[in-house]
Design a protein around this ligand. Structure first.
Ligand code: HEC
Ligand code: HEC
Length: 474
């Protein structure tokens, strides 16, 4: 049941367009067809020509329709490098894992290009059997890094090496009621780290910021966002009557300033392929040639293997992420979904979860410069402004990233959110997975999100339920 793209007789022009990298306009050369072979309903087109009509377990992990021929080969090469577990040792295609790492493959944490089931609420922290899908960021109270540890606490290690520490979490649960009496409860996490590899760090000196993985929906479109539109959004995002004012995160890398878009604090300008291989898997590469454990005393007896993944292979992974299709919206004619969509606007969710954006005219480029014209000039529906918002003291992790303060988070794009349950068999949401379902996720909104949360809380139960149905249609 995959979508297919019908090529028109202007094929030669389309090819020329690809070769010269001039901008291809949405719909000029392609017509998107839905799963029944009908011309797609424009309300379902989440990401223009990259929309895919998939709603099963592969909904996040399907190539966009323009991925054909040689591109298809590259997509599946990237997919395999992404999913195949790495092993320790110097096999150039699968080796290099560790000595310290957080997962065995990208896909171990982003299974089916989504959010692998987190082992926090269900298992209380770093999972049994040496696996967890979260990342643990640590800093000193004054923002500095701990010598011996760095930015990420690596809770996994190859045989013979000590993990840097282990995370545990406990929750306190409190029950509340909506004004109309419907009950809900929220669980507040409390994190601690034990089994420190080197110096034991006193809890009062430590900031721990735990993140569950993000869904890989719309990675290519995110890289093709138009900086002018984003800057315009940041200027416009000032609604004193709702207490909302978003701002962009800017980061300086290799001497240049970029707008940050990816990560929960918009702390990255790219898809972090090289960083992911280095820091998450322990696989050294040209950009990060040293093991993350370099400098630790336990590295003295460790044999060094040199560069463990080629830049070309990382580019295949980069291509794979850019070329993933974005699932089409579902049930757009369902009256309950339509009722919920109205409620979404009434609660002013749209002021941050901005429904419609556009990709820029020049095609985004992969790590080594290959341009992807299919991602340019598209109307997209990410339901995000990619801006930072102060979400209040309850969501404050006290961890800063670039301009982002502890309480500031990037508006999470909501496209594809309704399929998370089917793709990853769970409904944990928010940066650290503390929300166990969509209602709880909304009720955690504080700070700039507080007015919206209250507008939601005061709706009739019928409207609240409809709003959730609308989110499930995204
Ligand atoms: C141990 C689990 C883990 C592994 C392994 C892992 N990731 Fe992630 N990934 C995460 C978490 C957690 C986040 C959210 C991080 C944040 O907020 O900073 C994330 C975020 C991302 C993002 C940002 C997505 C967005 O919507 O902004 C990208 C891209 C990404 N990872 C790619 C990769 C790639 C490529 C690999 C393999 C080289 C990889 N990840 C391996 C856990 C993991
Ligand atoms: C002030 C901006 C703002 C407003 C208004 C807002 N949100 Fe959010 N939303 C955010 C931010 C920022 C996050 C990420 C918070 C985090 O992870 O800690 C988020 C996260 C979410 C998530 C969790 C997504 C995930 O995959 O983890 C959902 C669901 C959500 N919002 C729905 C809504 C709904 C529905 C409304 C309206 C009732 C709304 N939001 C209003 C900014 C906003």
């Amino acid at each position: 049941m995959s979508a297919f793209i019908q090529k028109h007789s202007v094929y030669v022009t389309a090819l020329l367009c690809v070769v010269t990298f001039s901008a291809c306009k949405d719909g000029d050369f392609y017509e998107i067809r839905d799963e029944y072979g009908n011309v797609a309903d424009s309300r379902t087109l989440s990401a223009g020509i990259s929309t895919v009509y998939q709603s099963g377990v592969t909904a996040y992990d399907t190539p966009a329709g323009w991925v054909t021929g040689n591109l298809n080969t590259r997509f599946y090469r990237g997919d395999a490098l992404y999913d195949n577990p790495r092993v320790s040792g110097d096999d150039p295609t699968q080796g290099g894992k560790g000595p310290l790492y957080a997962g065995s493959s990208c896909g171990s944490c982003h299974s089916n290009a989504g959010r692998t089931y987190p082992t926090l609420y269900s298992e209380g922290g770093t999972g049994s059997g040496g696996f967890s899908s979260h990342l643990i960021y640590i800093t000193k109270k004054n923002g500095g890094f701990f010598r011996n540890y760095g930015r990420v606490l690596h809770d996994q290690a190859i045989t013979g090496v000590e993990p840097e520490g282990k995370l545990s979490v406990s929750y306190t649960e409190e029950t509340y009621a909506f004004p109309d009496g419907e009950k809900y409860s929220l669980i507040t996490p409390s994190y601690s780290v034990s089994a420190w590899y080197a110096d034991s760090i006193a809890p009062q000196d430590l900031i721990v910021d735990v993140r569950i993985p993000l869904r890989h929906v719309g990675m290519g479109q995110m890289m093709a966002l138009d900086p002018i539109e984003l800057e315009e959004l940041a200027r416009r995002s000032n609604y004193p009557e709702y207490g909302i004012s978003g701002r962009l995160n800017y980061i300086t890398e290799r001497g240049r300033q970029y707008i940050g878009v990816s990560g929960n604090k918009a702390q990255h300008a790219d898809l972090t392929i090289e960083l992911g291989f280095s820091s998450d898997l322990g696989v050294t590469n040209d950009r990060y040639p040293l093991e993350v454990a370099e400098g630790q005393s336990q590295m003295l007896g460790y044999s060094h293997y040199g560069i463990q993944i080629s830049t070309q292979d990382m580019e295949h992974v980069d291509f794979y992420l850019h070329a993933l299709g974005v699932p089409a919206r579902r049930n757009v004619d369902d009256p309950v979904v339509q009722q919920g969509e109205k409620a979404f606007y009434r609660a002013r969710c749209d002021l941050c979860h901005v429904p419609t954006l556009h990709t820029r005219q020049d095609a985004p480029a992969l790590i080594n410069g290959t341009r992807l014209p299919w991602l340019a000039n598209q109307t997209i529906h990410p339901y995000s402004d990619f801006l930072l918002h102060d979400m209040g003291p309850d969501l404050d992790s006290h961890y800063t990233s670039g301009l982002a303060q502890g309480c500031e988070w990037r508006t999470t794009p909501l496209w594809g959110i309704g399929l998370q349950q089917r793709v990853n068999q769970h409904t944990y949401f928010l940066h650290d997975g503390r929300a166990r379902n969509l209602k709880e996720a909304i009720m955690w909104h504080g700070g700039e999100g507080a007015v919206s949360r209250e507008l939601f809380a005061r709706m009739s139960r019928d409207d609240r339920d409809a709003l959730i149905k609308f989110l499930e249609s995204l």
